[in-house]
Design a protein. Structure first.
Length: 323
């Protein structure tokens, strides 16, 4: 129906989309026949700040960064920091809320995100080439001197063997040892030197009780073999073992054999002293013949000769009884 205006001409409604400045969309029919006026478009508040796209992106990154911090704190057992708009909450134990899927939010990786500080590398001055060459030459000379010292020490001990760790009997057994410079033999008397031969044969035993070095060390090297062959053995070691096997096993016989040669306070003058076994009462085992004993350096007595005598001695006469 056309509406009558004051000027008497009907005015029809303008078509939608026309360029009129006061054009409004037509009102939709509503239930009950009432018409509702169209809602005007939302307008921003006058005092609300407007965010450009870059500020909006930075604000969203800041929110993701805070979510990442709250998750890591909850995983470490510490109380997560509250969101910036959380306001005040009552005090008490607050348990972190697990996120969906149990995965942490992705840390911000956009430009402007916080990263761990890395110390810039230090610029070190390169070592001069001449220093490297000099160090290599010095190290080579040191190694050469050490090797040379080891070889010299080894050669010295090969030419001049050391007597450290050896008993006097072992040293003497090695061709007379070094009795020229060391006291390794008895200085008591020539009779004591022969008495030690009988004592060593009596006390000999297997293993650590072996008296081979002790007995053979009382002779010079040439007399060791002479002593063995005179008594029917191949060498001095075999003689000590064989003579020990011939001892009487009666109680007290071994000790009596060990002390067959008595210690005398005097002996005939001269460079060599001859001591005959049959001048003494030999009991408990075989007599070992006649010994020639010589006084050498430092007043020591060394057996330098041997002669075979009777295995069983006649009873000593009054003139040969030990005094």
């Amino acid at each position: 129906m056309a509406e009558q205006r004051d000027h008497g001409k009907p005015e029809e409604n303008p078509a939608p989309g026309s360029g009129g400045s006061s054009a409004q969309p037509p009102a939709l029919p509503q239930p009950g026949g009432a018409e509702v006026a169209p809602r005007p478009p939302a307008q921003p508040a006058a005092n609300e700040p407007q965010l450009d796209p870059e500020q909006l992106r930075q604000f969203q990154e800041f929110q993701r960064f805070q979510e990442y911090l709250r998750f890591t704190q909850s995983q470490q057992g510490t109380e997560p920091a509250p969101p910036p708009d959380a306001g005040l909450v009552p005090a008490g134990n607050r348990q972190p809320q697990p996120l969906a899927g149990g995965q942490p939010p992705a840390p911000p990786n956009q430009p402007g995100a916080l990263t761990a500080y890395e110390e810039p590398p230090r610029n070190r001055r390169p070592v001069p080439r001449w220093v490297k060459r000099l160090g290599g030459k010095i190290l080579g000379w040191v190694i050469a001197l050490v090797i040379l010292g080891i070889l010299v020490n080894w050669g010295y001990h090969q030419i001049f063997p050391s007597d450290d760790g050896k008993t006097s009997a072992q040293i003497a057994a090695e061709g007379g040892g070094t009795y020229h410079t060391n006291q390794i033999l008895t200085t008591a008397s020539p009779y004591e030197s022969v008495r030690r031969v009988y004592d060593g044969v009596a006390q000999h035993g297997p293993g650590q009780k072996s008296m081979v070095d002790h007995v053979c060390g009382l002779f010079d090297q040439a007399t060791q073999l002479k002593f063995a062959t005179d008594l029917g053995f191949s060498d001095c070691a075999a003689a000590v073992q064989g003579l020990h096997d011939r001892l009487d096993r009666a109680p007290g016989s071994v000790d009596a054999y060990a002390e067959s040669i008595s210690k005398r306070s005097g002996w005939p003058p001269g460079e060599n002293v001859v001591i005959k076994s049959c001048d003494f009462a030999i009991t408990g085992g075989p007599a070992l013949g006649d010994f020639t004993v010589k006084q050498v350096e430092k007043g020591q007595w060394l057996i330098v000769g041997h002669q075979r005598g009777p295995e069983k001695c006649a009873p000593p006469t009054a003139t040969s009884t030990p005094g």
